[in-house]
Design a protein around this ligand. Sequence first.
Ligand SMILES: N[C@@H](CCC(=O)N[C@@H](CS)C(=O)NCC(=O)O)C(=O)O
Length: 220
Amino acid sequence: MAKLTLTIGDKNLSSWSFRPWFLMTQAGIAFTEENIKLDQPGTRKILAEKSPSGLVPFLTHKKDGGETQVWDSLAISEYLNDLFPEKQLWPQDIAARAFARSISAEMHSGFSALRNVWPMMFTREALSHTTSGGVQREIDRISHLWTEARTRFAAKASTDEGFLFGKFSIADALYAPVVSRFLTYGPVKVSNEAAAYMEMMSALPAWRQWGEGAREEVGG
Ligand SMILES: N[C@@H](CCC(=O)N[C@@H](CS)C(=O)NCC(=O)O)C(=O)O
């Protein structure tokens, strides 16, 4: 039995932490959660001692008296996919999987305007916002990608539960912080498919559980 510990930052703020936490919780992968409060006087020292990269999230897997550490949300997702093949964390169809991996990679390395101008603040809603500096272009691109995934792949999948590729996948987890940003700084102009996707994601028990933790942190 795998013994997994996921170390994360603040639930209200740490978009990178949200991704593997949401992946594991939604996929029903048991883990122990360890929290490190970011932006505190002692944070850097704690991260330097504990985290292989000096950042969160990271995953610690204890097995056979040894330990494997994995850092970076995408690498953690891939490791979990290797560890739990029965969970089918990527779509099974090769074309859907290629699209899922492409949009996940695009998310992981791109959308810098959205990240910089609209930082994740999970507990906040309807914040006044600007769509300048390339933000609108990135919103349009994401709306297009979600719509493509839903209409080209989810619609033809054997099971469609409203996720990007029908069944929950790593791509949904990697885009979860974007859904949060769109809710915080919205209303955003997206396609009907994208709007329905956001509504489904934000109603999931795992989403609500993360939200409860974020609200506890900010005392509200
Ligand atoms: N590419 C990394 C990014 C990780 C990252 O930037 N984490 C931030 C928090 S969201 C961090 O640990 N910052 C350190 C600090 O705030 O001291 C991933 O996917 O996990």
